[in-house]
Design a protein around this ligand. Structure first.
Ligand SMILES: Nc1ncnc2c1ncn2[C@@H]1O[C@H](COP(=O)(O)OP(=O)(O)O)[C@@H](O)[C@H]1O
Ligand SMILES: [Mg+2]
Length: 439
């Protein structure tokens, strides 16, 4: 079930490198970076046809859902801001979450849905609607895992609040020094847990007792990061009991729920499960090879097919991906390389170019197999088969690389390179796994 394998106390996972050896060149999955990358490459809602599950704090109270933003009776200048962003109607999760967050008397909420389904936009709207701009103190506090993610949320609030110029926003992030003696006048403060805690306690820039809306975004990323969980709990303890508490997460593991239920009293819970990926419409092959050079030759033979539409080629390590991309370029092919040593912005730029069809072939490592859905990709090559830390078949990663969502999933092809008895064993494990679950 876990989307990422986590080390306790760290948000970085180092994959073991089976044959490429040495110096930590296997790619890392960093949850906060992954989340930021998703933000940078996504310009629209993720489609999800599943039903929203709602668990109400008070099962007797009526369950509201809205199909339009007008039904929410927002301030006209806020509604204008929403429409100005090109949002015509609430997303699936927003249909239920928005009326709940705006209801009087206020209610607490835990909301979970995959990245890209409109959570950040939802609570940004709730915060903007909540503040009274005539009160010149901080009323909404929003905690995010990293500096970059805090800025992303801030941009949404600024854009949505474009026609509400009297609502002010401040960033509680490292390096943002403030005059210590005067309380902030900004209505909304968004930042990382450590700095927010300092601003509330050490510098007394914010009176936590005056906070009436508290938002914890990306709770799953938060608890995977050293210190963030405890600092969030300490902030939470400073708040008034009747402050409205909202928590958002892309995943719904036990550890997330335990944390969520600790900081959100009497919660309403809204969940939107991600759409299942299937291999039904994907034709899968394997190619028997002797070694790396042999795999390369096989790939070159396939090259004409790769560029009919677009292709992604997965390698196990940065080193292998680098070697493969160089070798293909030497053969005169035009390929893009995406790997973990690149900064998130660089990675986003490579993906953007690929999405726009500037390159037709993308060579990449595991970091990139998640969260990227390039519509045009019709062929996936596993230059190295996906394996877990123990070297066993990693079925989940295989599905993520190759699978498609939706009942009318587009057709596609997958080619697996098999270069040893061990990898033959792995491909058999994968085949067995997916033939069993299809019964
Ligand atoms: N109601 C909506 N209509 C159209 N686009 C939306 C709507 N809500 C959000 N979006 C867009 O969808 C993308 C994902 O939204 P976001 O709030 O960042 O999702 P999440 O926080 O769940 O990852 C963003 O590009 C955002 O601008
Ligand atoms: Mg978000």
């Amino acid at each position: 079930k876990n989307h990422f394998k986590k080390n306790t106390g760290s948000n970085v996972v180092q994959n073991k490198i089976p044959d490429e050896g040495g110096e930590g060149d296997g790619d890392k999955v960093d949850l906060a970076e992954q989340s930021l990358l998703n933000k940078l490459i996504r310009h629209s809602l993720v489609k999800n046809r599943n039903q929203v599950e709602v668990q109400q704090a008070d099962p007797n109270s009526p369950l509201f859902s809205v199909k339009t933003f007008q039904e929410l009776r927002l301030k006209p200048e806020l509604l204008q801001g929403v429409f100005n962003m090109g949002f015509n109607r609430p997303s699936r999760i927003q249909e239920n979450a928005l009326p709940l967050m705006l209801a009087e008397p206020h209610q607490n909420l835990i909301a979970q849905s995959q990245s890209g389904t409109g959570k950040t936009a939802a609570f940004s709207l709730a915060m903007l609607s909540h503040v009274n701009p005539d009160n010149t103190w901080t009323q909404c506090l929003c905690v995010a895992p990293t500096y970059e993610l805090a800025l992303q949320i801030g941009q949404v609030i600024e854009q949505m609040g474009k026609f509400c110029p009297s609502v002010k926003l401040a960033y509680a992030i490292r390096g943002n020094r403030m005059d210590r003696r005067v309380k902030l006048q900004e209505h909304i403060v968004i930042g990382t847990p450590g700095t927010i805690l300092d601003w509330c306690t050490k510098y007394k820039l914010i009176d936590p007792k005056k906070i009436t809306m508290f938002v914890l975004d990306e709770a799953d990323v938060m608890i995977a990061m050293q210190g963030h969980r405890d600092q969030s709990i300490r902030i939470h303890r400073l708040l008034n009991k009747n402050c409205q508490m909202l928590l958002f997460s892309a995943t719904f593991e036990d550890s997330v729920m335990k944390f969520a239920e600790r900081v959100i009293p009497d919660p309403n819970i809204i969940r939107l499960k991600r759409e299942e990926e299937t291999l039904d419409t994907i034709k899968q092959f394997y190619v028997l090879c002797r070694e790396k050079e042999d795999k390369f030759t096989a790939l070159c033979n396939l090259y004409g097919c790769l560029t009919i539409a677009q292709a992604m080629i997965f390698c196990h390590t940065r080193k292998m991906a680098g070697w493969l991309a160089c070798s293909l370029i030497k053969e005169g092919h035009q390929v893009a390389l995406l790997s973990g040593e690149m900064a998130v912005e660089q990675r986003a730029a490579v993906i953007e170019r690929f999405k726009n069809g500037r390159e037709k072939v993308l060579v990449t490592t595991n970091v990139c197999s998640r969260g990227i859905d390039v519509e045009q990709v019709s062929l996936v090559v596993n230059f190295d088969l996906p394996v877990d830390v123990e070297g066993n078949a990693d079925n989940e990663t295989y599905l993520h690389r190759i699978g498609r969502t939706g009942r009318f999933g587009r057709r596609g092809f997958a080619v697996n390179m098999v270069d040893s008895e061990n990898s033959m064993e792995i491909i058999k494990q994968i085949e067995m796994h997916f033939s069993e679950i299809s019964f």
